[in-house]
Design a protein around this ligand. Structure first.
Ligand code: SF4
Length: 202
């Protein structure tokens, strides 16, 4: 069971397979050997204690970031992520920045505004924007809660920016026109966050 793995110069943490989306590009649907070599599909979710033990096996200060990412949507485990951040901050001097990679549905999933709980725990949050408008977003990410998920993602972004030092919306440049990217930039500006345009990798 792979709870932690290196990617680039960061250390990634995988806590769940669960997700409320079914993105058309999701790697969980891919049969790529590279992906399955990582054995990221969890036969069972690790407990928070198992995850802590696994994370502490690595020389954390040598990484550029510690990233809660996961094969699914990590914010299903937001209570455990908060707990893990507290334990790690107590246990490890010179901890690298901690980032959450998310679809931005945490508050929707949990039925409460979780953003205040991120203060002092996370240094960075990256939220997948995926599209410049609600209709395209729903088509690409196929969220369980449909249009509500787009609004929830934008609300979460706005709220997270109040509590976390660095919040970014991310979009992949694949099949995106300059117009769409400009609309994404405008959305990010309106929400007071950074827009990161990532290059598509097949
Ligand atoms: S939000 Fe992430 S994990 Fe969920 S379906 Fe989309 S790409 Fe996959």
């Amino acid at each position: 069971m792979t709870i932690t793995y290196e990617f680039g110069d960061g250390l990634y943490v995988n806590l769940t397979n669960r997700c409320d989306c079914a993105c058309i590009f999701c790697i969980r649907k891919s049969d790529s050997e590279a992906i399955f070599a990582h054995d990221l599909w969890l036969p069972k979710e690790p407990t928070r204690e198992e995850a802590l033990e696994d994370i502490l096996n690595w020389d954390l200060p040598t990484y550029s970031e510690l990233v809660f990412c996961g094969f699914g949507e990590p914010s299903y485990r937001i209570d455990d992520i908060v707990w893990l951040c507290d334990r790690l901050r107590e246990a490890v001097p010179n901890l690298p920045p901690i980032r959450l990679n998310t679809n931005g549905h945490a508050s929707l999933i949990h039925g409460r505004n979780v953003a205040p709980e991120l203060a002092g725990r996370l240094d960075r949050v990256s939220i997948s924007l995926n599209a410049s408008n609600k209709a395209d977003y729903c088509e690409v990410t196929r969220p369980r809660d449909r249009e509500k998920a787009w609004d929830a993602m934008l609300d979460f972004t706005r709220e997270a920016a109040r509590y976390v030092p660095e919040v970014a919306l991310t979009v992949v440049d694949f099949e995106k026109s300059e117009e769409e990217l400009s609309a994404c930039r405008a959305l990010a500006d309106e929400l007071g966050v950074i827009l990161r345009v990532r290059t598509y990798a097949d």
